[in-house]
Write a protein that binds this ligand. Structure first.
Ligand SMILES: Cc1cc2nc3c(=O)[nH]c(=O)nc-3n(C[C@H](O)[C@H](O)[C@H](O)COP(=O)(O)OP(=O)(O)OC[C@H]3O[C@@H](n4cnc5c(N)ncnc54)[C@H](O)[C@@H]3O)c2cc1C
Length: 398
């Protein structure tokens, strides 16, 4: 008998595990997630703390940092599907810890690798791949989120340095990051963006308040300030004014991995509600699952989850730094994040009063799921992006 209702889907050589290497990765991460991660998830959520010691083990023991980085730079040379597998499996038990993983692995490591020179890769990748250093990414500002091209952080060139002034809002891992991929403008009045890799040890870098959140409590979210922070010119990523391209490219894999987090949350919620309705709970002399309205909640959740999961893996399989897919990434995020909120809400309903208390994980999973419709671009932004991409495709070319 499978351990969970959703276990049957983890077969090798299917859409979800295209190769033996993917299946082995899933197996390893699932074991870690259901044991070590599960054991601490409720506690760190209640304490609103990031489990940084356990996090470092993802690099030093499990080799989960640098999955998409080629082996010659110390990574695993895998693909976006591998990232999706890890994000899905970790999110089955602790989506907040997984969000910190995403900020490090996707927003910093993957982002840096794609935009950096070999010299920058050799300097910054070893520490973030073995887990001795932690990465973050600063794009959002106190005054701009969706309207990201309106950012006001400025990097002024001065001989062999850039002097950076500004602030970044809602930065995951902000208070523990050693390195940050940072977006700024060379002139406040221009639209173009330039990206840098900066170190938290640089004078002028400071960490502001840690936010108290509705969910994702075991991931830290902070404001970062830059006051006349001097950054060596060699820390420029790519070229001046080319930051929008790398930002958009990285947002695509971010959106697909946030969608994978939604899949992991939904998968756990389905397992929880199925077990409760089929095995644990009776009402009026029958199992809960024998009541039609409970069947509807369970069945619609499962079908909703299965469809979103297939889309997420299909889009991930097409994702590559040289093959953009903004339409697919936005669609996967829009569908999966809405699905996870519905499924988590259904799980609470199936568990009744027990769904609403902390003894069961579904209330935490709903709180965590809601962030996924906001971070990495809101669902309203996804709707606009999808419509804009479709408009481009259907507008006749002159
Ligand atoms: C827990 C957490 C972690 C995060 N981690 C990071 C991180 O590591 N790095 C980082 O850079 N950022 C991070 N963010 C920021 C996140 O990406 C932004 O919150 C998100 O992009 C939305 O921006 P905003 O919050 O400024 O909302 P706004 O852009 O102010 O939007 C407010 C509302 O208006 C809507 N809206 C805005 N513009 C339009 C429009 N043109 N049309 C229709 N509706 C619109 C939005 O959809 C939303 O509903 C994080 C946020 C949170 C909460």
């Amino acid at each position: 008998m499978p351990a969970t209702i959703t276990d049957r889907e983890t077969q090798p050589h299917d859409l979800f595990n295209p190769t033996e290497a993917h299946a082995a990765l899933r197996d390893m991460v699932e074991k870690f997630s259901l044991s070590s991660l599960e054991a601490q998830a409720t506690d760190f959520d209640e304490r609103e703390e990031f489990n940084v010691d356990l996090f470092r083990r993802l690099g030093s023991e499990l080799g989960l940092f640098g999955l998409t980085v080629p082996e010659e730079f110390g990574g695993s040379g895998m693909d976006a599907v591998a990232e999706v597998i890890v994000h899905e499996e970790l999110s089955r038990t602790d989506p907040a810890f997984t969000l910190s993983y995403l900020a490090h692995e996707i927003l910093f490591v993957n982002n840096l690798y794609v935009s950096a020179t070999d010299r920058q890769r050799r300097k910054y990748l070893p520490g973030v791949i073995d887990g001795t250093k932690i990465g973050a990414m600063g794009m959002t500002e106190p005054g701009v989120g969706t309207d990201v091209l309106g950012m006001t952080t400025v990097a002024t060139k001065k001989s062999d340095r850039y002097i950076i002034n500004g602030a970044k809002q809602f930065i995951t891992n902000g208070d523990c990051a050693d390195y940050v991929v940072l977006y700024a403008k060379l002139d406040a009045n221009q639209k173009d963006i330039t990206s840098f890799v900066v170190e938290s040890a640089y004078p002028g870098f400071s960490v502001g308040k840690k936010e108290q959140k509705m969910g994702m409590k075991a991931s830290s979210t902070c404001v970062l300030y830059f006051e006349d922070m001097e950054v060596p010119a060699e820390n420029l990523l790519s070229e001046e004014n080319r930051g929008v391209v790398s930002m958009m490219r990285n947002l695509e894999i971010e959106r697909v991995t946030l969608a994978a987090q939604s899949v992991g949350i939904a998968r756990r919620c389905i397992d929880e509600m199925a077990k409760y309705a089929i095995v644990d709970r009776q009402a009026f002399g029958r199992s809960l699952v024998d009541h039609g309205q409970i069947q509807r909640l369970l069945a619609e959740s499962y079908a909703d989850y299965a469809a979103a999961r297939a889309l997420v893996y299909q889009v991930a399989a097409q994702l590559h730094p040289n093959a953009r897919n903004s339409l697919g990434a936005a669609s996967a995020k829009l569908v999966a994040t809405n699905m996870a909120e519905r499924v988590a809400r259904n799980a609470i309903q199936v568990l009744g009063g027990y769904g609403y208390i902390r003894e069961y994980p579904v209330e935490r999973l709903l709180r965590d799921a809601i962030l996924l419709s906001i971070g990495g671009g809101t669902n309203e932004a996804m709707q606009k992006n999808i419509a804009a991409d479709l408009k481009k495709q259907f507008t006749p070319k002159n």
